[in-house]
Design a protein around this ligand. Structure first.
Ligand code: FAD
Length: 409
């Protein structure tokens, strides 16, 4: 049998994977409820994240996907997954989007903590937490950043003191996405104040524990997706420590790779006007006698952007398809994260310029809904080069891990 070649690159795709993709497509088309196949319903789902909408159609879709194990396709079946290989997992997640559907089980538990627990958690922790993640019944948030400890994350100060049968946690996290609704938080805590990286541990904390206070932060787009989280004498059972005491930094970095992989490959950004930039430009700027975008400067920049966008798709495709079974994400996630953030922001800056006054709306007054959403997407997606580690920090990782440069170079 001949191996198929992907449209993205000359990486051969095994025939059984081509057949698997066909089966996945067929299953999605048969099971994705007709009522959810509208742009409006899709928006509703993404607007709600990290919570889930209540509607019956959504619950039906979620239940079907959960029963199939495809919300978390790579998790072993005993933990609610489908036990699929890395390549098959990619295929399922991609097929959701390409068939106009979506994975109804999403969040930091699914894409970040789950894979990390599979590598570093003990059997009891896997048994306790993975099934709730896979079934989409338990929501998680990420307690990494602190005031003064963002890029220099290892300087974090939230401390967990050993009190014999439990840890006592005191300190503060910030920018904690989804913490208003999360059931649990995975936290980096300082368990040895005398050393930096080797004094950090990885702790799982129930958000209902007394002593935890969540204070929402409002951002420029008008939303409030993250909060400050304060810990005052929070009692955490010893069994909630993942991995060894003071060895949390290695686990933290691994989780960040899963995070970058998910935010670049699976995350849908706030969209606004989703048409190709060239089409939007023709509408707002007008066309010349040859039918081209009338303004030559904008025309040149639109073309450059479109070329960058095509190059990004090729790179993402190559990286996804080159993934071998059993391998998780690696340092190359930093390359894709930076490229995607840069191109998304480039698109939105172009759109605001192209739309002129119409790109400056905030409320309903004479602006279309799409125009308002485009403005908010322009503002909101500024965060893409900050969360999961800033653009500069990714460049540092690329320099060290991929180019082999030393820290001081
Ligand atoms: C939308 C959003 C959601 C987030 N969600 C979460 C979350 O759920 N959980 C969580 O823990 N955190 C979250 N964060 C926080 C995020 O991880 C931090 O904002 C990020 O790591 C940067 O840290 P900082 O804000 O403290 O900036 P700083 O670290 O103070 O950086 C300021 C500037 O200095 C630059 N800089 C710093 N150090 C270096 C260096 N060594 N070399 C070159 N340049 C450097 C940075 O690139 C940046 O431009 C979120 C952030 C955003 C925007």
């Amino acid at each position: 049998m001949t191996a198929h070649t992907s449209a993205h690159a000359s990486v051969p795709v095994a025939p059984e994977l081509v057949e698997f993709r066909r089966e996945v497509d067929a299953w999605i088309n048969e099971n994705f409820p007709a009522e959810l196949r509208t742009e409006e319903k899709q928006e509703e789902f993404y607007q709600y994240l990290p919570r889930y909408p209540d509607g019956e159609d959504f619950q039906l879709w979620k239940q079907r996907v959960v029963d199939k194990g495809w919300g978390t396709p790579g998790y072993p079946a005993e933990y609610g997954g489908a036990g699929l290989s890395t390549e098959q997992t990619r295929i399922v997640l991609k097929a959701f989007v390409e068939n106009g559907a979506y994975n109804p089980v999403q969040g930091m538990g699914t894409s970040m903590l789950g894979p990390t627990l599979l590598e570093y958690g003990n059997d009891a922790q896997k048994a306790q937490h993975l099934s709730g993640i896979a079934h989409g019944t338990v929501l998680w948030c990420q307690g990494y950043s602190e005031p003064g400890s963002g890029s220099d994350l290892a300087s974090l100060q939230t401390k967990a003191e050993d009190k014999g049968d439990h840890y006592l946690v005191n300190g503060q996290k910030i920018w904690t996405s989804g913490s208003l609704w999360a059931d649990w938080i995975f936290c980096l805590v300082r368990t040895d104040p005398t050393t930096k990286h080797d004094g950090i541990s990885f702790l799982l904390i129930d958000m209902k524990t007394p002593g935890i206070e969540v204070r929402p932060i409002q951002i420029i787009s008008g939303q409030s997706p993250f909060s400050e989280v304060f810990f005052t004498d929070v009692v955490v059972p010893k069994e909630n420590l993942v991995g060894e005491l003071n060895k949390g930094w290695t686990i933290a970095k691994r989780l960040l790779q899963f995070e970058r992989d998910a935010t670049t490959n699976n995350r849908r950004q706030l969209a606004g006007d989703t048409r190709p930039v060239g089409e939007i430009a023709k509408e707002y700027v007008g066309v010349d006698e040859q039918g081209r975008i009338a303004d030559p400067d904008i025309r040149a920049r639109v073309v450059k952007h479109m070329m960058n966008f095509e190059a990004l798709k090729l790179m993402q495709g190559r990286m996804l398809e080159a993934t071998k079974a059993g391998q998780g994400p690696d340092a190359s996630t930093s390359v894709v994260k930076n490229a995607r953030a840069q191109i998304q922001q480039e698109r939105e800056e172009l759109l605001i310029e192209i739309m002129g006054f119409n790109g400056l709306g905030w409320e309903d007054n004479g602006f279309s809904q799409t125009e308002l959403e485009t403005t908010r997407a322009f503002l909101s997606n500024k965060a893409m080069s900050i969360f999961s580690g800033t653009h500069e920090i990714q460049n540092n990782i690329i320099a060290k891990r991929m180019l082999g440069l030393l820290d001081h170079q």
